[in-house]
Design a protein around this ligand. Structure first.
Ligand code: PMP
Length: 333
């Protein structure tokens, strides 16, 4: 392998691994894109890179400038890494119910961190609106605006989708993932459909999000709730507009956690809950496509971030019990 000249170039080109347990469960081939191998250990490094590059190209972000963003954490980590590498400052606004690990990581990276109470999007104190106001008030700052800035999904159209297509030698029947901003689902969906419009694109939605009802019945409606961080959307963001979604699943935290547990115990993969929800969706899509095609389908999904970001939550028996969730048996040993 040749040397790499720039740390930002470490983003992307992540491996695609065949997942044994999910493939057996679905009776086909399920592959996971290992986004935890990005330098910021999540899929959001791609959006951070895409948004910052776009702002540079449009002349909005100048040397010594500042990037401000409202984020559940992973986008902030990606932004802080790329901003450090390119000579910008980072200000992150985050709801205070996200994992301690994400907050500690952001502080360690040198980002200025503002924690706000979690509220509904309509509330002016919501982390997204707070970050927009901060950007307006800060000289030389841009607002990354990951939800409605389509440089986010463009990064997936231009990098994630062609990587998956090449890694699967163009033999792919379906793709699914959950939605935070929608950048990954819409971008990978659009990118894969440009190669082959027959690739089925599915939304895997957690409880507490409104998109399952929207794509199934045309109405934004949420039901129940989820402890998954980084996913669960209540509106059609600009990144989701015209997303080519063929089918949708609603996935419970229990179902997602079952895959987080199995992938760790049986395949040595430490993942977060959004990855477990994605894998659960991929198993359903794989089963449906296998039946429809009359041969084992080939389905890809996203392994969004590392489980080490959730040691105080998903891998903590007290936290799991407090939330009424099943505890992985080895945690009680
Ligand atoms: N999983 C995790 C852990 C995330 O942080 C995010 C981003 N918020 C997602 C999934 C969803 O990605 P996207 O924003 O591209 O929809």
């Amino acid at each position: 392998m040749k040397t790499i000249q720039d740390t930002v170039s470490l983003i992307g080109n992540t491996p695609l691994v065949r997942l044994k347990g999910p493939s057996e469960a679905a009776g086909c081939d399920i592959f996971g894109k290992c986004e935890f191998t990005n330098p910021g250990a999540s899929v959001k490094d791609r959006a951070a890179m895409g948004i910052i590059r776009d702002a540079e190209e449009r002349g909005e972000l100048k040397p010594g400038g500042t990037v401000v963003e409202g984020t559940a954490g992973n986008t902030g980590i990606g932004i802080a890494l790329v901003a450090n590498a390119r000579g910008y400052n980072t200000i992150i606004v985050m709801p205070d119910n996200q994992s301690q690990e994400k907050m500690a990581t952001l502080r360690a990276l040198g980002a200025e961190l503002l924690l706000v109470p979690p509220t509904k999007f309509a509330n002016p104190g919501h982390f997204v609106h707070t970050s927009r106001r901060l950007a307006e008030e800060t000289p030389g700052a841009i607002w990354a605006n990951q939800f409605d800035n389509i440089a986010n999904r463009r990064a997936h159209i231009e990098t994630t989708a062609p990587e998956i297509w090449d890694q699967m030698d163009g033999r792919i029947d379906g793709f699914t993932c959950a939605v935070g901003t929608g950048g990954t689902l819409a971008g990978v969906g659009m990118g894969l459909k440009a190669f082959d419009e027959n690739v089925a694109i599915a939304l895997s939605d957690p409880y507490g999000a409104a998109l399952y009802e929207y794509y199934a019945h045309g109405e934004l409606k949420a039901e129940g709730n989820s402890v998954a961080e980084g996913i669960g959307q209540g509106r059609i963001t600009a990144n989701l507009e015209d997303a080519p979604i063929d089918t949708q699943y609603r996935i419970s935290d229990e179902e997602g956690l079952e895959w987080v547990s199995r992938l760790l115990a049986e395949e040595g993969l430490a993942l977060g809950l959004s990855s477990g929800i994605n894998v659960a969706g991929a198993v359903r899509l794989g089963q449906e496509l296998t039946e429809k095609l009359g041969r084992p389908a080939r389905v890809a999904t996203i392994l969004c971030d590392t489980g080490f970001r959730y040691l105080s939550t998903l891998y903590n028996p007290e936290w799991l019990r407090e939330k009424g969730l099943p505890v992985f048996p080895w945690l009680d040993r």
